[in-house]
Each structure stands twice: as structure tokens, then as C-alpha cells.
Design a binder for this molecule. Sequence first.
Ligand code: ADP
Ligand code: MG
Length: 243
Amino acid sequence: MDVSNMTVAYQHKKAIEEVTVSIEPGKITGIIGPNGAGKSTLLKAVIGLIKTESGEVTVSGKSLDVIRKKIAYVEQRSAIDLTFPIKVDEVVLLGTFPNLGLFRRPKKAQKEKVMECLKQVKMEDFSKRQIGNLSGGQLQRVFIARALAQEADIIFLDEPFVGIDMVSEKVIVDLLKELRNQGKTIVIVHHDLHKTREYFDNLIILNKKLVASGSVDTTFVTKNIQAAYGDSMGEIVIKGVND
Ligand code: ADP
Ligand code: MG
């Protein structure tokens, strides 16, 4: 996936500026940067959820519209209305809709697909729960199941580890790595630097403009972290920084 010259402004104030970056297929890419750096904005602009001033996204040279069905998006948890009365299996069923066709009702095949996807994230026992009654980690797994039901090749997740316990975080990371190993492309917005080396193959380091992108080995270096996070980082030593 190639993003070129992407600029987004809210009320004439630029949130991201002229970002040109490639997302390598079959890898886990982290988008990191401080609060307000434009990480969520970049994600939403790339998948066409918000209007851009400029910018183009292509996948193997094709326009995104051609493969839109193959892209899944798991938004920030804070953006989800958890009081909305919907059950776990219904959320996952939504994932099958892009492949259903207009006016077709879900049939047995879709219902089986839902259970198969819930099994993959080890949530099959929760299929009839209201989503408002799940832990943060369980909720993330349900949304990943929805992406699987959609048969998405590219999965975008915005801050999936915020507000969840370490055990759930580990379960989700392992699951995402497993999906990567099956050939899926995973893109994760993340603001905490400590697990960078453990979680990601590649990085996009953002602070309104692109600071660096490429393999963790080449990008996760003090110079880039300081360029993105500024001197607020002070003398804090970040585990795994490559120099
Ligand atoms: P991040 O996800 O890196 O924390 P965001 O992409 O959410 O950053 O925000 C980037 C900048 O754009 C911030 O200054 C934020 O306040 C601003 N912003 C984000 N969404 C909106 C919006 N809907 N309207 C106005 N400004 C916004
Ligand atoms: Mg954000």
C-alpha cells in the first residue's frame, strides 16, 4: 500500500502534512508518535473515512476503491458507543456484510462463519453477550473477529492496547502475529514506545510530518524518537532503541 503526499486539515489547521509512505504487505507496521501527532488522522485518511486536502492511496498500483472490501478498521475504543445494545455475534456478523451483496439476509453459512471467527480469537463462549459487558481485551478480540469475518487482507487498529490488561495484550499480539504469518497486513497505531521492538516489523514515525519509516532496525533510533517526541523525552532510555 502506497500513500503519497497525504495532507489533512481540520478547520484549516493541518493535522498531517505531505505524508508519503509505503506499508509493506504481510508485515506488522506500527504507527507511533506523540499525542496529537496525527496518527488516527493518518489511519482514517488512508482508508478514506475523512476528507483530505491532498493525497493518494494505491495498493499494487490499484486505486483503493477496488479493494475496499478487503480492508478492516478497528477504531479507538473511546470512539465506540458501548451502551449500544448489540451482541458479540451480531458485531462479527457485520463483518460478513461487505461480502453479502445488497438485500441478502445472512444465512447459515454466515452464522457458521461468525462462530469460526470467534473461535479463532477464543471468544466463542461469549457469542450471546452484550458488547457492553466485555472487558477491553475481549472487545478488541471481537473486533478482530469481525475483521476476519470480512476476510480482510489489511487490518488497521487504532490504539488496540489502551486500557486492557497485560494478559489480554499478549493474547491479542500473538493473534495479530499469527494473522501476519498467514499473510495478512496489519497496521497498528500505538503511542507507547516500550514494546516497539517486540510488536512491530516496520514503523511509521509521525509528528504531523513523516519523521521516518521502514524496518524497526533502521527507524527505531534515538534521533528519530527525539525528532518525533521532542525533548520531553529527556534522558529517558527506551528499551530496544537501536543505538
Ligand atoms: P493522534 O491520534 O496522534 O493522537 P489525531 O489524529 O487524533 O492525533 O489528531 C491530530 C490533530 O488533529 C490534533 O491536534 C487534534 O486535536 C486534531 N483533530 C483531530 N480530530 C479532529 C477533529 N475532528 N476536528 C478538529 N481537530 C481534530
Ligand atoms: Mg489517536
